[in-house]
Ligand binder design. Structure first.
Ligand code: JFZ
Length: 445
């Protein structure tokens, strides 16, 4: 067996991230006000409310001078960073990634670089959202991280415009020339990232490009420049792969965290930090007509699946235009929190123990010392029999097995390299995902 976390391995910069396993993504901005509806009409082919600027008045997009009027309406008096962070903590999340500036170019902090920001443009609100969230995270012990749209910026005349067919209209939006994009890059993107580093000291920068489309603008030189800027300010700050690994021949080696495409849950793991960002429904920003919420059970399944493959899960919420959290999101967070209240030790600081698929569910492993570990069996798959049989990972010598929630001892029988565990009857009824913990000795083979 390969146990990922080798005991004598030096502490890595990414340890806080891989130990965390579960984080909150927050999409909040001017788009949270129209929330998917413009002049009484549901917008766009793309389901993302935060894209409404490019979708309104389909297929032309909302003219910038009209969209920017939203800033005057932006007055999210019910936004409560401490309460939001409390929800994240209760759900068992260990970090939070906030959209400091999404594609619309609007900054949620009082940026000296651009007046298109929450204090200068959004009167009478006048509060620093990024500052409040960063402070609440520090106060409650959550790791604070920044999302920043470095490629697309629809306020700056020379920021990137959408390319992807699912997002854009015909005729296509003209792209800025390389010289023009350089102006955006130098006068808005880099200075704002510098400002965020200086003022809020995020522990991770979640940048956002995708597909080869971005690589003309987000090329190797600019990627290196941006990485050097962040690392020059704080060499512990992590950077995700959506900074634009397509635009750099060694892109994937330069970053700390590999980000999957949205809501993509790979069927196998990889031996480096990675994450999937996912939504509860089909939109990141709050969408008033998106009722397509996933069940708590399936969100938990996403978390368990990723963690069993050595990955993280960054689950999104989109506060409403007034700053309040949608009840549907709160319920899911709290139900996840109820499961985590009992099962967090099977998630936090665990590793993949093997990437093999099991029909009955997923395994995670927590090392407790040089020779001892705990193996967790998450029963989120099919259980047709009252006996669980599976191949033991090499290098694990199993001892006592018990239900994690109740400590109910379970009878297990070892035969060669496989193990049989008799499941209690009935096993946690309903939608619940039970977990079995097995104390193990680590052996050298
Ligand atoms: C991007 C943003 O456009 C979106 O608004 C949101 O912030 C999300 C987290 O990231 O959306 C993407 C990026 C990549 C793909 C789809 C949506 N993709 O290639 O599958």
């Amino acid at each position: 067996m390969r146990i990922n976390r080798i005991q004598d391995q030096p502490i890595a910069r990414t340890d806080w991230f891989t130990d965390a396993r579960f984080g909150m993504f927050v999409h909040f901005g001017l788009y949270s006000i129209p929330a998917g509806v413009w002049r009484g009409q549901r917008m766009g082919r793309n389901k993302y409310a935060e894209w409404i600027q490019m979708q309104g008045d389909w297929p032309h997009g909302i003219p910038l001078n009209e969209y920017r009027l939203l800033a005057k309406q932006f007055n999210p008096t019910r936004f409560d960073a401490e309460a939001m962070v409390r929800e994240a903590k209760l759900a068992g999340m260990k970090y939070l990634v906030l959209t400091t500036k999404h594609h619309d170019g609007f900054a949620l902090w009082p940026s000296a670089v651009s007046d298109y920001n929450v204090v200068a443009a959004a009167s009478p609100f006048g509060r620093d959202i990024v500052g409040e969230v960063a402070a609440a995270c520090r106060h409650q012990g959550l790791v604070f991280c920044c999302y920043y749209s470095h490629w697309l910026d629809w306020e700056h005349p020379f920021g990137g415009r959408p390319h992807e067919s699912e997002f854009f209209s015909e005729p296509r939006w003209p792209q800025p020339s390389d010289d023009q994009f350089e102006i955006y890059w130098q006068e808005k993107c880099l200075p704002q990232v510098r400002e965020l580093m200086d003022r809020y000291q995020p522990s991770l920068f979640w940048f956002d490009t995708w597909a080869a489309n971005s690589s003309a603008q987000i090329n190797a030189r600019r990627i290196e420049q941006l990485i050097a800027l962040v690392r020059g300010k704080d060499d512990r700050c992590l950077i995700n792969s959506r900074i634009g690994t397509w635009g750099h021949p060694r892109g994937k080696q330069l970053v700390d965290v590999i980000s999957m495409m949205d809501n993509k849950f790979p069927k196998t793991g990889m031996h480096r930090p990675w994450e999937t960002s996912g939504t509860m429904n089909d939109s990141w920003g709050f969408h008033q007509l998106d009722f397509n919420f996933r069940s708590t059970r399936s969100l938990l399944g996403n978390l368990i699946g990723n963690v069993s493959r050595g990955g993280n899960y960054q689950l999104n919420i989109g506060p409403r235009g007034d700053g309040s959290l949608p009840p549907a999101s709160i319920r899911r967070l709290r139900e996840i929190g109820a499961w985590m209240a009992v099962h967090a030790e099977a998630i936090h600081a665990t590793d993949a123990c093997c990437f093999d698929e099991q029909t009955w569910g997923h395994m995670t492993l927590r090392r407790n010392g040089p020779t001892s570990a705990r193996l967790y069996l998450h029963l989120d798959g099919e259980r047709s029999e009252s006996v669980l049989r599976f191949q033991l990972p090499d290098g694990l010598n199993p001892g006592e097995a018990a239900m994690l929630e109740t400590q109910q001892p379970l009878i297990s029988r070892r035969a060669d390299r496989s193990i049989e565990i008799k499941l209690p009857d009935p096993l946690a009824a309903g939608d619940w995902i039970p977990v079995i913990a097995i104390d193990c000795q680590l052996t050298d083979d």
